[in-house]
Write a protein that binds this ligand. Sequence first.
Ligand code: PLP
Length: 389
Amino acid sequence: SRTLTRLTAQPPDAILELISLHAQDERERKIDLGVGVYRDEAGVTPVFAAVKAAEDRLLRSQTTKSYLGPEGDIEFFRRLLPLALGSDVAAERVAGMQTPGGTGALRIGAELIAAANPNARVHVGAPTWPNHAPIFAAARLELVEHPYLDPANQTVRFGDMMAALEKAAARDVVLLHGCCHNPTGADLDAVQWQAVARLCAERGLLPFIDFAYHGLGDGLEADRQGLACVARHCPEAIVAYSCDKNFGLYRERVGALFVLAADRSDAALAQSNLLSLARANWSMPPDHGAAIVRLILEREELSALWREELENMRRRIAAMREGLARLDPALAFLTRQKGMFSTLDLTPRQVAALREEHAVYVAGTGRINIAGLAPHDLQAFAAALAAVR
Ligand code: PLP
């Protein structure tokens, strides 16, 4: 009468296999575009100087590690709100809390929706971040995919997307990437955001914005314009925010869930449900990373340093995109796309040839991490791509 033997084995993460192949490859010049994190020109995922300075302060000033509440660091949340949503959103409309990363925010946001409307379907463009499916499935919500990227033209299939959303039922959820779409880099433009926001408002759809790469596209202000447009048009919206990329805090697991409600009383209802959901999930989120972000946002000089470091990351990614476009006109689309990722229109055979013949590591889906490139890689990468095509 054993229990565990009844389990079904689950497939391993495809990226892990790529990492191990890359580690075993003994060729001298390897290019690793499979990773999911930012890397600098030296191939390092650095700790921000602003983070080190905040950690230093924290080490000297923290007097207790006693529990916080299920909402985590309230001052972190209060300071992050205008940064994430802009200063036009009235705080009294907003419920929410600190979460373990953007993943925790997505999960608890999904559970909040399931508690309010278990029959809600979640509409999302394909391809999307592979973890969206299991996260929403864990909250017992049905995910429905519509086309998003046209891989041959590297454009958003906006007509198909709108046609799919036109057919959605009232109170269904529309899952959108705030900026720097993962895995395609293809973001909606301002006109498209407005059309989606209007459609959501007209048809009573609930926008759920996954905002994991704030500041890595066109900058902090420009990157929240889509979200701001949704907040203006729609009475309700949910935002899952991650500080793990834009503060380089990955393993510290820093994020927040923002729930925009129609009024103060709905916001209070949402808040009481979130607190109870958090208690059942993780009781309270880990403190260290959020305390770092709070300190950075509280202190003018640390904020300025962080913004400068983030801007340097953003510029480096944009420069790699421009460098590739200059080398090969067929890659010009990369400069219209934002953030670390794009998805190339490659067959599995071409992906294998890149790896075997050119020591270029690309995810099986064709996703590349632009931040895996240093300036001295550009020529070799463009040549390898041309050779396998
Ligand atoms: N959403 C998207 C689109 C992501 O790419 C990621 C991370 O890769 C996340 C959410 C989750 O981020 P976190 O590490 O903060 O949980």
